[in-house]
Design a protein around this ligand. Structure first.
Ligand code: GDG
Length: 512
């Protein structure tokens, strides 16, 4: 499909180093990005550059070499020291950018030392990328941990087009401005040739910011993207909602292994209705609010007591950060309190698991739970919502979804939308979902599935790749028109690359 070698750069590799105390091995890791990109790289080959989670260079290298001999696509691990992980990843990425970009200003830390480490580690990533890439490769950098990689790549003389995809929300300019390093991050982002966001809202937020900062620049708005030119280099800003490999989930959910797991679930839970919650441990996912809404349901509709259970799976994540360990404690307490209040012999209202499930267990839960209750307070997209619908081939299930997820933009007409802060409203919606006529369930689930099937992860990749093809075509046009100077003050160290980048850029005709 691509016709070029795809080089993916992300904070984490799709595999993580795990240790049993004596030996270290590589295990597949999970998460939205891996779910989305793994199928593409599995079928196309390519290279994935990132941090494997732990280990020194000399320990990781042989593991990676072994992996590269056995797999379709290669990995290039970047070892990081504990101090780097602490300040770059747990620090600036997850205590500054993550909360601020999810509108949690009160939870955001501003620490200049962490910012400096972020920039340094972005430089390290760029050095590894520069070492690996050839001019014909398609370089695709991912997510908020790596917003400055293109800036450093340009400094290192890498001139080819670079795409960036931002998986989390992009905040409104007023919120973004609180960041003391707002200018540096923005300048870093506009070194990418294509900047992809999940939703139109994110794209608009970024474009409003760009308009503020590049006052004399001409912005051209099209359906999927906005373009602007800086020193004759055209930047594409688009909204390309990430998705899943629909067929893989649809077929996988019908496998025998999944059917066997479903039988285990059927025997384990002797209630009429199962509701599912499934998230990484994160305060953005609205898990406490979900528990409280479920409590309100049992309180308001006492006939449901004994008949309905919530199965909540929480995958451990970032537990070294205090906000996350506090959340874990809050969930333990809430589960205890609600189960203490409504539980009785043979009935547990909330089954709470703090662990990672294997794929068959995950798919079996998707199929067995009649309702998925997905209530993030803010979420870039939320792939669980899409996976749940893709696995619900018998059309009996209902998706209840927070209006503050990117997925709600695409699935909002057929899912039942809720405001997760509104506990009463969420409880009422759950009640309506439980009593929904089977024909309406089928109608909604069919519509959800057809939306996701049409806009699957392969289409997402085409959108992103297509944006860069467009860049090249329009680049020639804007050159002829002599447009493009803005009020942006280029970093003097970067300006030499601009002209040569334009000359070096090949039109990747085969991409679409
Ligand atoms: C970020 C953005 C955006 C979860 N538990 C298990 C498991 N998972 C898999 C799910 C899903 C993925 O993890 C979670 O993806 P989400 O999209 O829901 O959330 P984030 O991890 O926060 O992802 C998000 C995403 O990036 C992609 O752009 O949608 O907004 O925050 O694929 O299936 N997988 C397995 N066992 C589990 O227990 N096997």
């Amino acid at each position: 499909m691509l016709g070029k070698r795809l080089v993916v750069v992300s904070n984490r590799l799709p595999v993580a180093v795990v240790s049993d105390g004596q030996t270290k091995t590589l295990k597949p890791s999970s998460g939205g990005l891996v779910t989305a990109l793994n199928p593409i790289l599995e079928s196309e080959g390519g290279l994935w550059i990132g941090w494997p989670g732990m280990g020194e260079d000399e320990e990781i290298r042989p593991l990676a070499e072994q992996y590269n001999r056995d797999h379709t696509y290669k990995i290039h691990p970047i070892p990081l020291t504990e101090a780097q992980v602490d300040r770059f990843y747990l620090g600036f990425s997850n205590q500054t950018i993550w909360p601020l970009f999810h509108d949690f200003l009160g939870t955001t830390h501003f620490d200049v030392g962490q910012w400096e480490e972020y920039d340094k580690v972005n430089r390290i990533y760029a050095e590894h990328v520069a070492e690996e890439v050839s001019p014909g490769d398609f370089i695709w950098v991912h997510d908020y941990q790596l917003m400055r990689v293109a800036y450093h790549l340009r400094k290192l003389g890498v001139e080819q087009p670079i795409a960036y995809f931002h998986h989390i929300p992009f905040p409104a300019p007023d919120l973004y401005r609180r960041l003391p390093w707002a200018q540096q991050i923005f300048n870093g982002m506009i070194q990418y040739d294509s900047i992809g966001f999940q939703t139109l809202r994110d794209r608009r937020n970024f474009v409003s910011l760009a308009r503020e900062r590049l006052r004399k620049t001409n912005f051209r708005i099209q359906r999927r993207h906005t373009t602007f030119t800086i020193n004759n280099r055209e930047v594409h800003v688009g909204n390309y909602p990430i998705s899943i490999d629909f067929d893989e989930f649809d077929k996988g959910a019908r496998s025998n292994a999944v059917k066997m797991e479903m039988e285990v679930i059927r025997q384990a839970y002797q209630v009429d209705h199962l509701v599912l919650g499934l998230d990484r441990l994160d305060y953005t996912k609205g898990i406490p609010q979900r528990f409280l809404a479920f409590e309100r349901l049992l309180e308001k509709f006492p006939d449901l007591q004994g008949k309905i259970s919530l199965i909540q799976v929480v995958v451990p994540s970032r537990t070294q950060v205090k906000t996350y360990s506090d959340l874990k404690e809050q969930l333990d307490q809430l589960t205890g309190r609600i189960n203490g209040r409504f539980g009785r012999h043979g009935y547990v209202p909330i089954h709470y698991f703090f662990k990672h499930l294997n794929r068959s267990q995950l798919l079996a839960l998707y199929r067995s739970c009649e309702i998925a209750l997905i209530t993030p307070l803010r979420d870039g997209m939320n792939l669980v919502a899409k996976e749940y619908a893709a696995a619900s081939g018998d059309h009996k299930n209902v998706l209840v979804l927070s209006m503050f997820t990117g997925s709600a933009d695409q699935l909002g007409k057929s899912a039942m939308l809720v405001n997760p802060y509104d506990l009463e409203g969420t409880a009422n919606t759950l009640h309506r979902a439980l009593h929904m006529d089977p024909r309406e369930r089928r109608r909604r689930m069919r519509a959800l599935r057809s939306q996701i099937r049409r806009n699957d992860v392969h289409r997402w990749v085409k959108w992103v790749m297509g944006a860069l093809t467009g860049v090249d075509a329009r680049d020639i046009a804007s050159e002829l028109e002599g447009k493009g100077e803005g009020s942006y003050e280029p970093d003097p160290e970067l300006s030499p690359h601009v002209e040569s980048t334009r000359r070096a850029r090949e039109v990747p005709k085969k991409l679409l």
